[in-house]
Design a protein around this ligand. Structure first.
Ligand code: DX5
Ligand code: ZN
Length: 217
């Protein structure tokens, strides 16, 4: 199964985003964390910056919305041309309807589950999504420690995916390093977000390769 490494620009230099993209040319997608200071206690960037990134990035954008009222705002991110748009389960009144709208606009649709959010309601709905993001830290900040207690949930999702014969991507986000990525891969993840492990490294391209290797070990 192919594995993807998605560096998170949350740990990049926000004053030089275009140059930072050049340092991760070997990445599969670039993970863009949108926070509204309501859904999470942190504030990052919004649609204008994402739209501009979309114009300059040679790498497809994987947009992770940590915002309230996703039903209202998520389609606008899909309209920027983002490769994928992921919203949190709690932030949407109608997650399946919203995923269909995102797909209709032409992006892949993702649903994100916080560490305390049960996967159960979505196991029989996996076909409605292109990816499920399993948060491996509490959303809001980079540089936190991986929560191994989220792995059984990931394994249940991987199980349901196999049972239904789907190719929905299972993404992990938070605390992913060369030390932790193997556990997530073993539990069924195929798409790995890493912020500090990539941009905190001297040479981000080498960090990406080290993560790839550790994931397939
Ligand atoms: C956290 C964000 C992550 C963050 C991960 O809420 O969703 O994407 O950038 O950062 P690290 O890899 O440093 O845990
Ligand atoms: Zn994220």
């Amino acid at each position: 199964m192919p594995q993807r490494i998605n560096p998170s620009i949350l740990s990049a230099d926000f004053a030089n985003l275009e140059a930072e993209l050049g340092r991760i040319a070997s990445a599969d997608l670039v993970h863009v964390d949108v926070m509204d200071n309501h859904f999470v206690p942190n504030l990052t960037i919004g649609r204008p910056v994402v739209a501009r990134l979309q114009e300059v990035s040679p790498i497809p954008l994987d947009v992770h919305l940590m915002i309230d009222d996703a039903d209202r705002w998520a389609p606008g991110y899909a309209e920027t041309g983002a490769y994928s748009v992921t919203f949190h389960a709690e932030a949407a009144a109608d997650p399946v309807g919203l995923a269909r709208r995102i797909r209709g606009i032409g992006s892949r649709a993702g649903i994100a589950l916080k560490p305390g959010t049960d996967a159960e309601p979505y196991l029989e709905l996996l076909g409605e999504f292109d990816q499920v993001l399993v948060m491996t830290v509490e959303p809001g900040f980079g540089g936190q420690s991986f929560m191994p207690e989220t792995m059984p949930k990931l394994a249940r999702l991987a199980d349901a995916r196999a049972r239904h014969g789907l190719d929905v991507w299972l993404q992990v986000d938070g605390g992913i390093t060369t030390e932790t990525i193997g556990r997530a891969a073993e539990a069924g993840a195929d798409t790995f977000v890493a912020g500090s492990a990539v941009f905190g490294a001297g040479v981000p391209a080498e960090a990406i390769e080290a993560l790839r290797e550790a994931a397939s070990r």
